[in-house]
Design a binder for this molecule. Structure first.
Ligand code: SF4
Ligand code: SF4
Length: 164
């Protein structure tokens, strides 16, 4: 699924997928974790991040202190200069990107210019096999709006739960 198809289908699908996730949270089926892993494998047969890049375009990762240390060293900057140039502290005290799209996102080839040292949040995104799935439902509810992989993953879960 490419980004254009994703955006075309989003309005139709988002309310249904969010309702499904709410239901999942209230009455989780047996074997949910296993289903999440199977759905993850199916999802990545269908979605290519290099056709998309929407997370880098529309969202911000959280930069942990270790991320700031690693990335600023990679860029040959001090941590303070790095934070000052690119980040702000949000209400929870987390360091986030000031800009969207992310300053490290290449809009031509959709690649990350700091891929080897990217924030751990980016490396794990969209966190589809997080243990345990139930603790991340609120994250998936938000991400169905931005991430085609999350959308397909929720759809696979929906099919599996219906087929039980
Ligand atoms: S650091 Fe790289 S992977 Fe993370 S949002 Fe920016 S461009 Fe995307
Ligand atoms: S993680 Fe999701 S939003 Fe980011 S590039 Fe991959 S499919 Fe797109």
């Amino acid at each position: 699924m490419n980004l254009r198809t994703f955006r075309q289908q989003l309005l139709d699908k988002k309310p249904r997928l969010r309702r499904f996730l709410t239901k999942l949270e209230k009455t989780p089926p047996r074997g949910l974790q296993k289903m999440a892993e199977v759905a993850d494998k199916e999802t990545w047969k269908e979605v290519q991040c290099l056709d998309c890049g929407n997370c880098c375009r529309s969202m911000t990762p959280t930069f942990t202190p270790a991320d700031v240390k690693r990335i600023s060293a990679f860029l040959d900057m001090t941590q303070e200069a790095f934070r000052e140039k690119w980040l702000y502290k949000d209400r929870e005290g987390d360091w986030m990107n000031t800009k969207r799209p992310c300053q490290f996102f290449n809009k031509v080839d959709f690649k990350c210019s700091i891929y080897e040292v990217r924030p751990s949040d980016c490396a794990g995104f969209p966190h589809l096999t997080k243990k345990k799935t139930l603790d991340y439902i609120h994250v998936y509810k938000q991400n169905v709006e931005y991430c085609p992989a999350t959308q397909r993953w929720v759809e696979h879960l929906e099919e599996m739960v219906k087929g039980k």
